[in-house]
Design a protein around this ligand. Structure first.
Ligand SMILES: [Zn+2]
Ligand SMILES: [Zn+2]
Length: 230
């Protein structure tokens, strides 16, 4: 789609690094909007719309939530900035352990890639059984970019089992049942993201999907060969 692309005024201090831009069609009427395709979901499933925005643009990092372990959540494109610039934003990357530094840098992605991921996840959400039908102004640009929205075509990126639209709102022990997942964990772009069961995402860890399936094959071969106990 040919986008308007105008800069949207923002009070975020990060907006001076990469100003948010409008993703409505060029020549649109009305106000510019960074996430026009999320408006419908924001009305009917606000929790999911928020999750898509957050997962597309922010690093995860519950495991590093302590002050000496680095920032918990940070915009992915901010990490692409130099260490000097990061310091101006209160992130002293050199003070973090090498492991945390590497983890942070693994999550870096450009603004354009993050916006693409948000569109891709929105398209995927509408393909889950039980999802509402998107209005045409949402459906048309998403289908032009990613193909037809077909109910049931979205399955867990990892185990390929279906889930239900209601699952997005479910949590177990305070953790969402459905998470955003990456076929290759270090690539945050449209070709590489989808939704997955939290349990599957944890099992995949930092392996690519191919590595993960090969790992499972090896386990099953060992089990089937009757190795070890019992
Ligand atoms: Zn605009
Ligand atoms: Zn799964």
């Amino acid at each position: 789609m040919d986008c308007c692309g105008k800069t949207i005024a923002s009070r975020s201090r990060y907006a001076q690094l990469v100003p948010p831009t409008c993703y409505l069609p060029r020549g649109h009427t009305g106000k510019c909007d960074q996430y026009p395709y999320l408006k419908h979901l924001a009305d009917i499933a606000p929790h999911l719309a928020k999750k898509i925005r957050r997962d597309a643009t922010m690093t995860t990092g519950a495991a590093w939530a302590s002050s000496d372990a680095g920032p918990n959540r940070i915009l992915r494109w901010v990490i692409l900035q130099g260490d000097e610039q990061l310091r101006e934003f209160g992130i002293n990357i050199e003070s973090l352990s090498p492991i945390i530094q590497a983890k942070l840098r693994d999550k870096a992605a450009s603004y354009e890639d993050c916006m693409g991921v948000a569109r891709r996840l929105t398209w995927s959400a509408y393909g889950v059984p039980g999802a509402p039908r998107p209005p045409d102004h949402v459906r048309t640009p998403l289908e032009a970019e990613f193909g037809p929205i077909v109910s049931g075509s979205t399955v867990c990126l990892i185990c390929r089992s279906p889930f239900d639209f209601d699952d997005y709102a479910k949590a177990k022990r305070g953790k969402a049942v459905i998470e955003t997942a990456h076929a290759a964990p270090r690539r945050h772009d449209t070709a590489n993201v989808g939704f997955a069961h939290r349990a599957c995402n944890i099992a995949q860890g930092d392996k690519t999907l191919d590595e993960f399936y090969e790992w499972i094959r090896k386990i099953l071969r060992n089990v089937e060969a009757g190795r070890g106990h019992p």
